[in-house]
Write a protein that binds this ligand. Structure first.
Ligand code: AMP
Ligand code: ZN
Length: 468
C-alpha cells in the first residue's frame, strides 16, 4: 500500500517517500506563546498528530520538531504591560500549551526548540543572506530581498508580479526596497533589553523576525532538506513562502519536499476562529463546560478531512462524544463475549472494513471516510452481539479493526490507568538509550520519570512501570 499526500507545493496528490529510507523528518509550525491557545490552534496540532501517527503506522520512524515562538511583538507588548521579562511572561502560556496537548493526547514531538534559544543560528543565517546579497540592512533592521529569489510565490501560487510591485514603499518607521521584502532582524526598541528581548548582533542589538526562526530551527535539527513541513493554510503566505525563500537562498537546496496545510476551524457563521476576532473557545473553556477531552480530540481530528473547513458547535461536539461512546461500548462488549460461539459471519466484513479504513488513511489521511467504514461494521457487530452470534474469529477481526482506527484516534483506552503519552515517550527514549549503551541518558530519564511519580522496573520481559 502506498501513502499518498496532497503536496501544496505541486498542488497535487503525490506518493510519499522520505529522503532517507525508513525515517521521516517532520517540522511543524508551533505556537506563539503570548496567550492561551484556542481549539482552532489545536485543530492544527491534532492534524500534525494524525499525520505522525499514520506515518508510524506506515512503518516510518518520525523525527518531529515543533518550534515555540517565544519572541514576537505581542509577547513584547504584553510582557511590558505585566512588567515581566518575555521569558517570565511566556512561561505561563508555554506551560498551558503543553498541558493542553497532553489533555488532547497529542503525541509529543521529539524536540520543542524555543526561538530565543537559537539566536546564534538565526544570526548565522541572516549573515549568510547578507553576504550573498539576498538581504540588506537599513538602520539596524535587516530585510530579505524578495527580488533576489526568483522562485518566490511558488508555494502559495501568488502572482509574483503583484507581490513584487510597489517598488519603494516608505513608512514612518523604515524604508524597504520593496513592499514584499520582509524583516529577518528587527532593531531593538527602547527598553527591549530590560524585557530580555534584545540580543547583540553584527547589525546592532535587536531580535529575530518571525519567519527566520522556523528556517533556523528546522535546519538545525532536521538538516537542510526536510521531508514534510506542516502548518495551517493561513501560514502558506507569507510565513511559509518566506521560510522557503530564506532557506533556499541560503543553502541552494530544496527546503521541504512535502508541504501539508490544514484548513481552519471556523465558528458557526463560517468565520475562522481567531484571537483577533475574539470568536474563540479555549480547551479550558470547553472542559469547564463539561466536555470530555476525548470527544474534543475526536471532533477536531475526525470531524472533517484536514483540508476541509470544520465548524465548531456544541452539536458537533456532542455527536463526537456519541461516536466515541459507541466505539468504546463495542470495544468493551468484544472483551466480554463468550468465545464458544462458532459463528464467523462477521470476520470477512471486519477484515474488509479494515482494509478500506487503511486505504482511506493512505489516501491523504481521510479519517472521516475511514470512520464511515468502521461505523458500518459497528452497527452490524452490535446487532450480531445482541443475537449472541459472534465467534472468536469475528471477535478478533473486530478488535483488530477497532485497534487499527485507535492507532489514529487514541480514544479507546484514554480512561484506563495508562501512562500519559509524554511519560511513555520518556520510557521509550530510555529504552533506546539503553540499547545504545548510553547509560548516563538512561539514568537521567529514569530519574526524571521518578520525579513525575513513575517508577521503572527492568525485567526479563522488558521494562515495567508503576506509579510511586
Ligand atoms: P498562532 O499562535 O496564531 O501563530 O497560530 C498557531 C497555529 O494555529 C498556526 O499553525 C495556525 O495555522 C493555527 N491556527 C490558528 N487559527 C486556527 C483555526 N481557526 N483553525 C485551525 N488552525 C488555526
Ligand atoms: Zn513556522
Amino acid at each position: 500500500m502506498t501513502l499518498t499526500l496532497y503536496n501544496t507545493l505541486s498542488g497535487a496528490l503525490e506518493e510519499f517517500a522520505p529522503l532517507e529510507a525508513g525515517r521521516v523528518r517532520l517540522y511543524t509550525c508551533g505556537p506563539t506563546v503570548w496567550n492561551y491557545a484556542h481549539v482552532g490552534n489545536f485543530r492544527g496540532n491534532l492534524f500534525y498528530d494524525l499525520l505522525k501517527r499514520h506515518l508510524r503506522v506506515s512503518g516510518y520512524q518520525v523525527t518531529h520538531v515543533m518550534n515555540i515562538t517565544d519572541i514576537d511583538d505581542r509577547i513584547l507588548h504584553e510582557a511590558a504591560h505585566a512588567r515581566q521579562t518575555i521569558r517570565e511572561y511566556s512561561a505561563t502560556y508555554e506551560r498551558a500549551f503543553f498541558e493542553d496537548l497532553e489533555t488532547l493526547r497529542f503525541m509529543p514531538a521529539d524536540i520543542y526548540p524555543r526561538a530565543t534559544e537559537h539566536i546564534g543560528d538565526i544570526i548565522e543565517l541572516v549573515g549568510g543572506l547578507l553576504a550573498d546579497g539576498h538581504a540588506y540592512e537599513v538602520d539596524g533592521d535587516v530585510y530579505f530581498r524578495v527580488d533576489s529569489f526568483p522562485a518566490y510565490g511558488a508555494l502559495s501560487k501568488l502572482d509574483r508580479a503583484g507581490l513584487r510591485a510597489g517598488a519603494r514603499v516608505a513608512t514612518d518607521k523604515y524604508e524597504k526596497e520593496s513592499a514584499s521584502d520582509f524583516a529577518l532582524w528587527k532593531r531593538a526598541g527602547e527598553g527591549d533589553d530590560l524585557l530580555g528581548a534584545a540580543w547583540p548582533s553584527p547589525w546592532g542589538a535587536g531580535r529575530p523576525g518571525w519567519h527566520i526562526e522556523c528556517s533556523a530551527m528546522a535546519m538545525r535539527y532536521l538538516g537542510q532538506t526536510l521531508d514534510v513541513h506542516c502548518g495551517g493554510v493561513d501560514l502558506k503566505f507569507p510565513h511559509h513562502e518566506n521560510e522557503i525563500a530564506q532557506s533556499e537562498a541560503f543553502t541552494g537546496l530544496p527546503f521541504a519536499r512535502f508541504w501539508l496545510h490544514n484548513e481552519m476551524l471556523a465558528d458557526l457563521s463560517g468565520e475562522k476562529m481567531s484571537k483577533s476576532t475574539g470568536n474563540i473557545a479555549t480547551l479550558r473553556d470547553l472542559l469547564a463546560a463539561g466536555h470530555d477531552p476525548v470527544a474534543i480530540r475526536y471532533f477536531l481530528v475526525a470531524g472533517a478531512h484536514y483540508r476541509s473547513p470544520l465548524r465548531f458547535d456544541d452539536d458537533a461536539l456532542h455527536s463526537a462524544a456519541e461516536q466515541v461512546r459507541r466505539l468504546r461500548e463495542l470495544h468493551a462488549r468484544l472483551q466480554e463475549t463468550p468465545r464458544e460461539v462458532a459463528d464467523e459471519g462477521l470476520r470477512g466484513e471486519a477484515e474488509s472494513a479494515r482494509a478500506r479504513y487503511r486505504a482511506s488513511l493512505d489516501n491523504d489521511l481521510n479519517l472521516p471516510q475511514g470512520m464511515g467504514h468502521v461505523f458500518d461494521v459497528v452497527r452490524t457487530a452490535n446487532a450480531a452481539l445482541d443475537r449472541g452470534r459472534v465467534g472468536e474469529g469475528s471477535q478478533l477481526a473486530l478488535l483488530r479493526l477497532l485497534d487499527e482506527a485507535d492507532a489514529h484516534l487514541d480514544v479507546l483506552r484514554a480512561d484506563d490507568e495508562g501512562l500519559e503519552p509524554r511519560l511513555q515517550a520518556m520510557i521509550d527514549a530510555r529504552e533506546r538509550a539503553r540499547a545504545q549503551r548510553d547509560f548516563a541518558t538512561a539514568d537521567r530519564l529514569r530519574e526524571s520519570l521518578r520525579e513525575h511519580g513513575v517508577l521503572l522496573e527492568d525485567s526479563k520481559s522488558g521494562v515495567r512501570w508503576r506509579r510511586s
